[in-house]
Design a protein around this ligand. Structure first.
Ligand code: S3P
Length: 166
């Protein structure tokens, strides 16, 4: 089986679904944010504060290039689609699944997740978070080969739908 790449906004469930897909398929699971944190030796928030978002996006492109041909389950960061270069790379990759989630679902999740500090949403209002999300929708759509709606569905149901459709 070819690898599976998961894209979608923060709080869409990319990591949870990625881990379960890995269990079901036996493929290794890679989380791009974790890879970047390993490389930079600090949190993403600290890296944004020190070097800015563009430097982080550069790191993200480098990781994407490195894993382009790997047969693994990949959970990407929500902003992977921001660079045109990354969108082109994603189009050449193994099935790319857009985990489509509504703001009504991901905003409360982001607010309740105290384990990860996300610089682009921390201390933002729901309206401001929507403003980060909305311009990205066409990018997620154009970069993916399959769209899976995740609202009101369990990770098991989502994984089942992915495996039935790739
Ligand atoms: C980001 C999403 C985060 C992380 C960084 C930026 C974004 O990943 O890469 O905080 O711009 O959407 P998750 O989607 O895994 O939270």
């Amino acid at each position: 089986m070819k690898g599976i790449i998961l894209i979608g906004f923060m709080g869409a469930g990319k990591t949870t679904v990625g881990k379960l897909l890995s269990e079901k398929t036996g493929m290794e699971h890679i989380d791009f944010d974790d890879k970047i944190v390993e490389e930079i030796g600090m949190t993403i928030q600290e890296y944004f504060d020190l070097h800015g978002e563009e430097a982080f996006r550069e790191r993200e492109t480098n990781v994407l290039k490195r894993y382009i041909d790997h047969n693994q389950v990949v959970s990407t960061g929500g902003g992977i689609v921001m660079r045109p270069e990354n969108r082109e790379l994603l189009k050449q990759m193994a099935p790319v699944i857009y985990l489509q989630t509504k703001p009504e679902v991901f905003i409360p999740r982001l607010k309740h997740d105290h384990t990860t500090v996300r610089p682009l949403v921390v201390s933002k209002s729901p309206e401001e978070i929507r403003q980060v999300f909305e311009p990205r929708i066409p990018f997620y759509e154009e970069s993916s080969s399959l769209v899976v709606a995740t609202d009101d569905r369990t990770p098991e149901e989502i994984v089942h739908e992915i495996l039935e459709n790739i």
